[in-house]
Design a protein around this ligand. Structure first.
Ligand code: G1P
Length: 215
């Protein structure tokens, strides 16, 4: 979702930066953005605390995670359908017209809120609740839960991701992966588009058929 459907991925990192500055007076380098992208709130916080070489109690960890979410939610006050990334509303509309089922497999617990505010909820057959998933991305669990919710096998599905952790999760689940972003970010994907506006259904179908037929 973040960075695929809605233009919210950079807001997460902006919130992590604010949290680190306000609590520890520290700045976070750009390269941490890629490392926290696509993974759960607590996993992101662990990555950041590791980088800062700071150890905190369980209670403080919980408070920091909660505070980050408050900061992030404040950034979302103006969230509207304008934040849907280029081409994505048309792309999902087209999928639905073709009778293709869709599921959201986001690590974010803000998923339903963001889909609602951007007017995208109605395009989804299933939304996986990440709080019910034991092992987050890069483990395959969340994508396997999505395929199960759609009553499909992983081989019948294609996943769209902007994060390394997400591509790894798709691969581990045996699902054809489409990466959105630079080669550095999602170069491991089966197919890559530089941005959402470049996604092309025929190319996606072709790579899916090629991989599935050879499997
Ligand atoms: C979480 C993390 C964030 C990560 C995002 C992925 O979102 O906080 O670092 O990039 O998932 O979509 P949250 O549950 O906090 O919205």
């Amino acid at each position: 979702m973040d960075g695929v459907l809605a233009d919210t991925a950079s807001l997460h990192f902006k919130a992590w930066r604010k949290l680190a500055k306000e609590n520890f007076g520290r700045s976070l380098p750009d390269e941490l953005e890629n490392k926290t992208r696509g993974i759960s709130r607590s996993d992101s916080l662990s990555v950041i605390l590791d980088y800062l070489e700071i150890t905190v109690s369980k209670a403080k960890f919980h408070r920091l995670a909660e505070e980050k979410n408050q900061i992030y939610r404040n950034f979302l006050t103006d969230l509207s359908p304008d934040e849907v990334l280029p081409g994505m509303r048309d792309f999902i509309t087209d999928l639905r017209k073709k009778g293709i089922l869709t599921a959201l497999a986001s690590a974010s617990q803000n998923g339903p809120f963001i889909l609602e505010r951007t007017g995208l909820s109605k395009y989804f057959n299933a939304i996986v609740d990440p709080s019910k998933i034991e092992a987050g991305k890069p483990a395959p669990d969340i994508y396997l839960a999505a395929t199960a919710a759609l009553e499909l096998s992983p081989k019948e599905c294609v996943g769209f991701e902007d994060a390394v952790s997400g591509i790894q999760s798709l691969k581990a689940a045996g699902i054809v992966s489409v990466g959105i972003g630079s080669d550095h970010e999602v170069g491991q994907a089966d197919l890559r588009f530089s941005s959402t506006g470049d996604i092309n259904f025929d190319d996606v179908e072709e790579i899916w058929a090629e991989i599935t037929n050879n499997a």
